[in-house]
Design a protein around this ligand. Structure first.
Ligand code: ATP
Ligand code: MG
Length: 466
């Protein structure tokens, strides 16, 4: 191991430390050697970690094992960003980890991981793995679509080389507070690039989801994707077809709910990855200019704004937006007739059927939990209901559990000119005013007269029969 940098003045706030580290040393670019950055030369302090993560690191260390913070936690702290979660890597086996904690559960069959529970926070502890194929093993695919050569315990160094990108393979050593870098991750953080560890082509073939992860980290960190890491993506995108639909859904959530959905979408389209997540949407975007594209961009932008404002978001809304154009055109062109009356089915029923068809096709690529599919379907089906502004209908509609989501959807449609802006404004006002003003709005709404007449006509025969 090579220890670099004695330059105390290198510690600075605000990211300047990386620049200084690299201007003060040449060693960083030599891949054969391990870089150990002492506490004085990097910005990570235990104070920035969750207290529980520090507890876990210390307890394992005191148990006589080595204990490192690893992955996104180290990467984000090195960039002086707030990590999403904290993962720990150790040479202790899962059983040994379990014996150190009362609040620990082992999960997974093939790769056993220890989860240490602190209320809602879980610290994941993984034993070092080698990434080597066990002798005699064929290349088997896991239920996750990954090629299994990953199931042997290994050393710290082996654990680093089996990870995906260099910036994700940094280790913070609780024993001396140094950062350990085998793969050149610190240099790549400095360069602002995502670089695959090892041969990109082979590593994407092993696990095609790494293509999505490359895009996700590039967008999240504002990094570029290094050339040899980027190039194979264009050719290998179709490998995503092998990935279980539920795993793609998990990746979709990480990519689209992080506050940068719009940029992620553009990048996924650029690399030809998007069509393996949402094939119908992709085809429709290629076929039609204008509206569908604008609508989608607006929906993604809106999601990003909500995330930035700390407002809640639901995957159902995103899914409803992504698939809307297909649902809408199918419903519009459907000539399905009522079996008894022979009349064309009403709009909400056509939307219901179209929604079911589209969701069934969508599930072949990326499938969402049932409750979100149902919610997306409701958002679509409720759209025609905004037209009905008579009597008690608007009041009742507002009580509907999906009213708010459907209304937000209507606003987006109006913004891009797919729905009447007057109608959207009416509903905006209707929610703002008090109850008596609402009655006034209803009686003045377009179509209100017609209903009154219809009602009178309906009552007359009843009165006659009395
Ligand atoms: P995030 O901030 O999204 O949590 P992360 O880097 O922590 O980013 P995780 O999915 O939590 O990502 O994974 C933790 C670590 O496990 C990664 O940093 C990486 O080292 C390793 N890893 C995860 N997925 C893969 C994969 N498909 N192939 C190789 N290594 C992986
Ligand atoms: Mg993580």
């Amino acid at each position: 191991m090579k220890i670099i940098g004695n330059n105390k003045s290198a510690i600075q706030k605000g990211g300047g430390w990386l620049k200084r580290l690299f201007s003060s040393t040449e060693q960083a670019s030599t891949r054969a050697e391990c870089l150990v950055i002492p506490r004085s030369e990097h910005p990570i302090s235990r104070r920035q970690m969750s207290r529980n993560a520090v507890k876990v690191l210390n307890r394992i260390d005191q148990g006589g094992y080595s204990s490192f913070l690893v992955g996104g936690g180290v990467r984000d702290l090195m960039l002086e960003r707030e990590p999403k979660d904290f993962d720990v890597a150790t040479n202790a086996t899962p059983d040994e980890v379990k014996s150190l904690f009362r609040n620990c559960r082992l999960i997974g069959r093939r790769f056993r991981l220890a989860h240490v529970h602190f209320g809602r926070e879980i610290i994941e502890v993984a034993t070092f793995r080698s990434g080597q194929e066990s002798v005699g093993e064929e290349s088997v695919q896991s239920e996750q679509g990954m090629i299994l050569r990953d199931n042997q315990y290994g050393t710290l160094e082996e654990d680093a080389w089996r990870r995906d990108f260099t910036i994700n393979a940094l280790y913070y050593n609780i024993a001396d507070f140094s950062v350990v870098d085998f793969t050149g991750g610190v240099e790549d953080l400095h360069k602002g690039q995502i670089r695959m560890i090892g041969d990109s082509l082979q590593r994407y073939q092993e696990d095609p989801v790494r293509m999505l992860r490359a895009v996700r980290f590039a967008v999240k960190l504002g990094f570029s994707i290094e050339k040899s890491t980027e190039k194979p993506i264009f050719e290998l995108a179709a490998l995503l077809e092998q990935i279980p639909q539920a795993r793609l859904y998990e990746e979709f959530l990480k990519m689209f709910q992080s506050g940068q959905a719009l940029e992620t979408f553009e990048r996924l389209r650029h690399y030809g990855l998007f069509r393996f997540l949402f094939p119908m949407t992709d085809r429709m975007l290629d076929q039609e200019e204008g509206f569908p594209h604008n609508f989608l961009l607006r929906a993604l932008e809106n999601t990003d704004q909500r995330v930035a404002q700390g407002k809640p978001i639901t995957p159902a809304f995103l899914i409803a937006a992504l698939l809307w154009e297909d649902v809408r055109t199918r419903a519009e062109t459907s000539e399905d007739k009522h079996p008894e009356t022979g009349k064309r089915l009403p709009e909400n029923v056509r939307l219901h059927r179209a929604g079911q068809d589209v969701l069934r096709l969508q599930r072949k690529s990326l499938s969402m939990p049932k409750r979100f599919a149902i919610m997306a379907q409701e958002i679509w089906e409720l759209q025609p209901r905004f037209q009905r502004r008579n009597g008690r209908q608007p009041h009742r509609f507002m009580e509907h559990p999906r009213f708010r989501a459907a209304y937000d959807f209507l606003l987006l449609r109006a913004e891009v000119g797919e729905s009447d802006t007057e109608l959207a404004q009416w509903w905006t006002d209707f929610q703002k005013v008090n109850v008596s003003e609402r009655d006034g709005m209803v009686s003045e709404a377009p179509g209100a007269e017609k209903t009154k007449k219809r009602r009178r006509r309906r009552r007359r025969p009843q009165q006659k029969s009395d």
